[in-house]
Write a protein that binds this ligand. Structure first.
Ligand SMILES: *[C@@H]1O[C@H](CO)[C@@H](O)[C@H](O)[C@H]1NC(C)=O
Ligand SMILES: *[C@@H]1O[C@H](CO)[C@@H](O)[C@H](O)[C@H]1NC(C)=O
Ligand SMILES: *[C@@H]1O[C@H](CO)[C@@H](O)[C@H](O)[C@H]1NC(C)=O
Ligand SMILES: *[C@@H]1O[C@H](CO)[C@@H](O)[C@H](O)[C@H]1NC(C)=O
Ligand SMILES: *[C@@H]1O[C@H](CO)[C@@H](O)[C@H](O)[C@H]1NC(C)=O
Ligand SMILES: *[C@@H]1O[C@H](CO)[C@@H](O)[C@H](O)[C@H]1NC(C)=O
Ligand SMILES: *[C@@H]1O[C@H](CO)[C@@H](O)[C@H](O)[C@H]1NC(C)=O
Ligand SMILES: *[C@@H]1O[C@H](CO)[C@@H](O)[C@H](O)[C@H]1NC(C)=O
Ligand SMILES: *[C@@H]1O[C@H](CO)[C@@H](O)[C@H](O)[C@H]1NC(C)=O
Length: 573
């Protein structure tokens, strides 16, 4: 099949090419970017603003067209980055008013990816068909465990410098450790149009904007530095969640076109890497009075231009309205529980139950050790960070975005003067934060979920009847695979008063054999409760006492008649 198509296209394209003179050809591995570089005919007075119609159409071996926008990269140089998605011979043609950028053609021969990083084997991230979780392009479920680096494109997170011998640089050291821990997402924000975080924000490549002003005088050096960061993350197979740099600042539609231009630039520059878009930083922050419909139009514009139709969202403030569900650009819901908070599972269940369904994510909750000004006057207790991670997933989120004080905002030393770094005994530097215990516990959590078919589970109010259990924020809850009756997972938050939870698991299959285990979310260890039991004739099983009180626990119940011996051994940890 492939060879036939290939020959057919070589012939077709030879005809096509015979008319052109400047073709540039590429070979690439699928889902990895190629870069077309062209020289404009004119010297523009402001290239960033003057040329807004440069793109290329990429025609796949089966004749589908994907159009990617191009971007200015200094002087008279423009570029288009594109990652071909399927094996075979692609052809492309550029379009622009500028003669130098227009009507350039060539080929990309795409081979299958030879490495082992899942993002390039399975392709970029999008919502699942049932709108309950995210998948790779080939529909394989994608487990989201994110780390927050709001200043990760900024000088606050040093790209090339380290003050800890364990790490070659702050930026790379943090990425490397999170990869080892099983994190799959790195979240950053360019702040490129947000004076609030430095005026203007800068990195080793200089300030985001020159003296000509915000939204006008784009400094290429700033973006080239971000290229290094994105390329490093991409080389590690991390999915990069980008708040395009929109900040909170759009109060009304008068600046909407400026935001669109910047968002298009970021799409063009980084859309060939495994990114997802979260558009804004707290679009609905009451303090800023930001314009929700304006943001939605920016997000819709980016989605419309995005040839990969990747997952797209909008980062919330601590109020989480149910909004945008009916809009096609809105691929998933990002929530912010905020800091030093506890919620009952109802907080996430309300979002999960909203219609039409969208995949939901807890994207900012109880950053570990977050400083008192954000934590209600005190350092947030660590158990709250872990509780948010587990409770949100039990209540229907497809993953979790963690954050650590000293990293969510990059703090090079405990003496950093940035407000977000705290002072005195509250301050944490990045190389302290990378060893935080709950950060490590996120790794155990990811191993737990990815060892089971987590995407088959939904919040299930009926599979456990709790008694002697709190009904407040510490209420235990569970998900199950419903009618299949093969898998139940419950999270039992800690009770500070050390009470035992009692409960009965219901709706199990009375003719099947089950195994039940406690999972300790604090050290990742499993304790077998019973490795071969059958429920009562009415499908019931009583939950025994938790191994310890005043601690949180995870209960895992699995049908084992269909598990093979090796799986059982693997699980006996
Ligand atoms: C593109 O270039 C080819 C050959 O250089 C030419 O025949 C064709 O008319 C051009 N198309 C456009 C739309 O400029
Ligand atoms: C690109 O590939 C085509 C088809 O093989 C070939 O005709 C053309 O000469 C190549 N162009 C360049 C610039 O190498
Ligand atoms: C554009 O500007 C550069 C640098 O000032 C100069 O070298 C080049 O000749 C100019 N090109 C045109 C077409 O004016
Ligand atoms: C691509 O560019 C052409 C002209 O340069 C424009 O007419 C077209 O709308 C653009 N397409 C997309 C999808 O951006
Ligand atoms: C990082 O440092 C190396 C060695 O000093 C240098 O070659 C490179 O240009 C630097 N990269 C960035 C992005 O600053
Ligand atoms: C809209 O925003 C612009 C730019 O910030 C400002 O000058 C203008 O007063 C705002 N208009 C309204 C109605 O808020
Ligand atoms: C779950 O079931 C209990 C007991 O029937 C009921 O009180 C509660 O409202 C239900 N909660 C949800 C979220 O459906
Ligand atoms: C123990 O604490 C939980 C909350 O953690 C509360 O719901 C419950 O009522 C308390 N039990 C007793 C016996 O005080
Ligand atoms: C809770 O369950 C344990 C173990 O089954 C049992 O010993 C205890 O009496 C139960 N407590 C309540 C209040 O039901």
């Amino acid at each position: 099949m492939y060879h036939l198509l290939f020959l057919q296209y070589v012939v077709l394209n030879a005809l096509f090419l015979s008319k052109t003179t400047k073709a540039l050809n590429f070979t690439a591995q699928c889902w990895n970017p190629i870069e077309i570089q062209l020289t404009a005919q004119y010297n523009y007075s402001n290239p960033y603003i003057d040329v807004d119609d440069f793109n290329a159409s990429f025609i796949s071996p089966t004749g589908e067209t994907m159009t990617m926008s191009g971007f200015w990269d200094g002087g008279q140089i423009w570029k288009i980055r594109f990652a071909p998605t399927v094996i075979g011979l692609w052809r492309y043609q550029t379009h622009a008013t500028d003669v130098g950028l227009n009507n350039q053609t060539g080929f990309i021969l795409c081979h299958s990816y030879t490495g082992s990083l899942p993002i390039y084997t399975h392709g970029f991230i999008k919502p699942s068909a049932n709108n309950r979780y995210l998948t790779y392009a080939d529909d394989k479920p994608f487990y989201w465990l994110g780390d927050t680096h709001w200043s990760g494109f900024n000088i606050a997170e040093r790209y090339n410098q380290s003050n800890d011998a364990r790490f070659s640089s702050m930026f790379k050291g943090l990425v490397d450790r999170r990869c080892e821990q099983g994190f799959t997402v790195w979240k950053g924000e360019t702040f490129a149009n947000n004076a609030e975080q430095g005026n203007p924000p800068s990195n080793e490549g200089g300030p985001a904007w020159g003296k000509g002003g915000f939204f006008i005088d784009l400094n290429i050096g700033f973006w080239r530095n971000i290229d290094y960061r994105i390329q490093y993350l991409a080389s590690k197979g991390m999915v990069i969640s980008i708040a395009q740099g929109i900040g909170r600042s759009m109060k009304n539609a008068s600046v909407e076109s400026d935001h669109k231009r910047l968002a298009r630039y970021i799409l063009a520059r980084y859309g060939a890497y495994p990114t997802v878009w979260v558009t804004a930083q707290e679009y609905n922050d009451a303090y800023s009075g930001a314009c929700g419909p304006c943001w939605a139009r920016v997000a819709a514009y980016v989605f419309d231009l995005d040839p990969y139709k990747r997952a797209n969202s909008m980062h919330n403030a601590a109020t989480n309205p149910i909004a945008y569900h009916d809009q096609s650009w809105y691929g998933f819901v990002t929530l912010q529980q905020a800091h030093n908070r506890v919620n009952s599972v109802d907080y996430w269940l309300a979002q999960y139950d909203a219609t039409p369904a969208k995949p939901i994510l807890e994207d900012e909750a109880n950053y570990e050790d977050i400083i008192p000004p954000y934590g209600g006057g005190t350092i947030t207790p660590k158990w709250k960070t872990r509780q948010s991670a587990w409770q949100s997933q039990i209540a229907g989120t497809f993953g979790f975005t963690y954050g650590a004080q000293g990293i969510w905002w990059g703090c090079y030393t405990v003496q950093d003067s940035n407000f977000n770094c705290g002072t005195g005994s509250d301050a944490r530097a990045w190389n302290m934060a990378i060893d935080f215990p709950v950060g490590e516990q996120m790794s155990f959590m990811a191993q737990f979920w990815t060892s089971i078919d987590w995407w088959t589970l939904s919040p299930d109010n009926n599979s456990i009847v709790w008694s002697n259990a709190p009904t407040d924020t510490q209420r235990p809850y569970q998900k199950s695979d419903g009618d299949n009756r093969a898998l139940v997972v419950a999270y039992l938050p800690l009770q500070l008063n050390g009470t035992v939870y009692n409960g009965t698991v219901t709706n199990l299959s009375p003719t099947d054999i089950y195994m039940s285990r406690w999972f300790n979310p604090r050290n990742g260890a499993y304790t077998i409760i019973d490795k071969g039991w059958t429920p009562t004739k009415t499908g019931l099983w009583s939950i025994p006492n938790q191994p310890t009180f005043s601690d949180d626990w995870v209960l895992l119940i699995q049908r084992i008649n269909d598990l093979t011996e090796p799986n059982l051994y693997r699980m006996k940890k």
